[in-house]
Design a protein around this ligand. Structure first.
Ligand code: BTN
Length: 268
């Protein structure tokens, strides 16, 4: 396989736009531990807020709930940005929804994609092609820092994926049937993320748009909470972004967790 490292490294950096809050600078790494860690470090320097950190390879890429984020070098998009959002701690949950909507809109130019609660990017058949890791620092009622990390499978052929992902994962190129321009995808992602963050900061709730984008509603689900699973019909998203599940024992509201199984109900 031909490595595509250096040319795309240079082109990722070309997406920087002076004056923009998110992506006024783009820092590109051939290899790094985790882009989320670097974006958090950058928040300690004056121009660090909003610098997009992109890596061709992460040696310690992490996902939600302590998982590792696996992405082969030179194929995909792994990006983080550190922010000091103008939001109270009570509204920090909105960032995950906003970032999910931004990732979906950046991908939508290539293929129709959806969100799986809380914020996986999935294809119409439920296969995952992207994930988000939002890490926040809170001081009392203030949200002091947030790092938004986004990983999208772009030009990763399903045949090249490790066996454990091949049945449940996909990529934009697999959906489009051709190679996808990662630089153009980054450009759209930075613009969409800035727009979504500014919308929530101005008090415009992402909930209705998130509900429209979320494929989990109406599906029969099993949600892993670590200690146990909640099984039932996902009936909605409440006003704090939590998943509502109608179980045999009544309505259960799940604030954090992982939908490990989702099957569309007939007619849903
Ligand atoms: C998940 O689905 O579990 C979330 C995956 C988040 C992966 C991205 S890749 C860029 C950023 N850096 C990391 O270490 N993780 C996030």
């Amino acid at each position: 396989m031909v490595p595509r490292m250096s040319a795309s490294n240079e082109r990722f950096a070309d997406t920087a736009r002076r004056g923009r809050r998110i992506g006024h600078a783009v820092e590109v790494h051939a290899s790094i531990g985790s882009t989320n860690d670097r974006a958090r470090e950058l928040l300690g320097s004056p121009a660090g807020e909003g610098t997009a950190v992109v890596a061709e390879e992460q040696s310690r890429g992490r996902g939600r709930r302590g998982r590792t984020w696996v992405s082969p070098p030179g194929r995909n998009l792994t990006m983080s940005v550190g922010l000091r959002p103008r939001l109270g701690a009570i509204d920090a949950w909105q960032l995950g929804l906003a970032a999910g909507l931004a990732a979906r809109s950046a991908c939508a130019a290539v293929a129709p994609v959806w969100l799986k609660w809380p914020n996986d990017v999935v294809a119409s058949d439920g296969r995952k092609l992207g994930g988000l890791l939002v890490e926040t620092a809170i001081d009392g009622e203030a949200l002091t820092e947030a790092v938004i990390g986004i990983g999208i499978n772009v030009n990763w052929a399903v045949a090249e994926m490790p066996e454990e992902f091949a049945a449940t994962a996909t990529s934009l190129s697999a959906l489009a049937g051709s190679e996808v321009d990662r630089v153009a995808l980054l450009e759209r992602l930075l613009g969409a993320l800035e727009a979504e963050v500014e919308r929530i900061e101005s008090g415009d709730s992402p909930l209705d748009r998130y509900r429209d984008a979320c494929r989990t509603i109406g599906a029969s689900v099993a949600v892993d909470l670590g200690s146990h699973q909640v099984r039932g019909l996902a009936t909605g998203i409440d006003d704090h972004g939590a998943l509502q599940v109608r179980t045999a024992d009544g309505l259960v509201t799940v604030a954090t967790g992982e939908v490990v199984h989702a099957r569309a109900e007939v007619g849903a």
